[in-house]
Design a protein around this ligand. Sequence first.
Ligand SMILES: [Zn+2]
Length: 347
Amino acid sequence: MAVQLQERTSPALEKLDFSDKQLTHWPSKDLPFNLTKLCLNSNSLIQVPDEIAKLSHLKEFDISNNLIQKISESFGSLEFLTIFTAKNNKIVELPENLSKLRKLKSLNLAGNLLQKIPIQVCDLARLESLHFGGNLINEIPPEIQHIERLQYLYLGGNQIEKVPVEVGQLRNLLSLNLSSNRITVLPRELDQLKSLESLLLHHNLLHFLPKNIINLENLLELSLRHNPLVHKFKLKVEKQVPSLVELSCYIIKKLHIPYETIIPKYLTNYLDGSKECDNPNCDGVYFETKVKKLQFVDFCGRYRVPLLEYLCNYCEYPSTLDGFSSSGSEDDEPTKASLKKIIMENL
Ligand SMILES: [Zn+2]
């Protein structure tokens, strides 16, 4: 009872800073239960123990630059936690019940030993900033799309090869850092990131960018240095032979013939899966068989960036595909000159 009284009347302690105190053990006795901010930066702690649950008022917790390997499951009981920073530790996994941290807005686990983005992170619906830079992560889970409020996603310095299309669902994203990975291709769905201001792609294996990237009208910064980009790319346009099904479906779409009620469901699904040709002068569609073409586009009137476009099989596309000359089509120039900074030092 006395404890409850104290809990109601004591003002919450603003912050306790035990940075750089050479701590090797959790400082249990020194931590008042009503603490709201705790900093244990730059010590030699190896775990976040069960006792963390006693700090039920904690809102901000920084345990960066320690030797943390394990975070207790009790961590998930910190229901008021909004900022958790554990940079530069030795963390290989996160507690299963991390998803209970419903108020968490910022999670920074840069410089750890994580081999994947723990799936429970994708349940943190209030998360606005997620920092997993400098880990050993080799893939981005599609479930990341569930973090709808995410504004800052930092995945630089990992081993990611593929970016799932679901990243395009993060409509509130302002900054996406995928630098220093092994990415060869970006999904065209990235053009759905309408709020994006900064896209950092330097030090990857990109040979071209999806053409739709010029639709990112709020983009202010695009970093592309140290990618193969213009150095090695294929200029060959290869036409494929479409199947009879594809050919028939192309005609149905092209002539706008109603089809929902007269054909089997699997064909309806196939028809619904058509994608519009990137050529603004063509109203055709494609299904599986598409023509890939590189188009060089000026950014800021200074840099020519190779963008990949998908054309339908029936397109009248320019026969000259000289990568270093303009296509001459003004439609392909970015009309919204909002890009302020582009970093392509190796061009
Ligand atoms: Zn076309």
